[in-house]
Design a binder for this molecule. Structure first.
Ligand SMILES: [Zn+2]
Length: 110
C-alpha cells in the first residue's frame, strides 16, 4: 500500500503528467505526495544500506590486495567500489553477531 496522490504536474520539474502516471516521463521522479509510511522508511533504509550490487564484489576483491582500495579511492576511482560508509555499515551488520558485546556476555553470566 502506498500513499499515491495523483497530481497534474511533476513537483520536481513541473512537467505535465499523463493520467495515472506513477512516474514523471521527464525526470523520472515518482508521482507521490511526499509522505512516507513507517514501512516505506524502513524499506528505504534497508535498501540504501544493504543494496548489494556488483560493486561489493569489486570492493571485496580489492580489499584482498593491501592498499589497493585506499589508493584507488584517493586517486579518484570511486564508481567501481562500494561507498565506504555503506561498507562500514554492512561490515558492522555482518560482523556484530561474531563479536558479542560485553553486556551480552555479562547477561549470560560468562
Ligand atoms: Zn519531473
Amino acid at each position: 500500500m502506498t500513499n499515491e496522490t495523483p497530481i497534474q504536474h511533476c513537483r520536481n520539474c513541473q512537467y505535465p503528467l499523463p493520467e495515472g502516471a506513477n512516474f514523471c516521463p521527464n525526470c523520472s521522479q515518482r508521482n507521490h505526495d511526499g509522505r512516507l509510511s513507517f514501512r516505506e522508511m524502513v524499506a528505504e533504509t534497508v535498501a540504501t544500506l544493504f543494496n548489494l550490487d556488483n560493486r561489493i564484489f569489486n570492493t571485496l576483491r580489492s580489499l584482498a590486495i593491501p592498499g589497493k582500495l585506499t589508493s584507488d579511492y584517493f586517486n579518484g576511482i570511486h564508481n567501481r567500489y562500494y561507498h565506504p560508509v555503506r561498507l562500514f555499515f554492512v561490515a558492522a551488520a555482518f560482523s556484530s553477531p561474531c563479536f558479542p558485546s560485553r553486556w551480552m556476555v555479562t547477561a549470560r553470566g560468562l
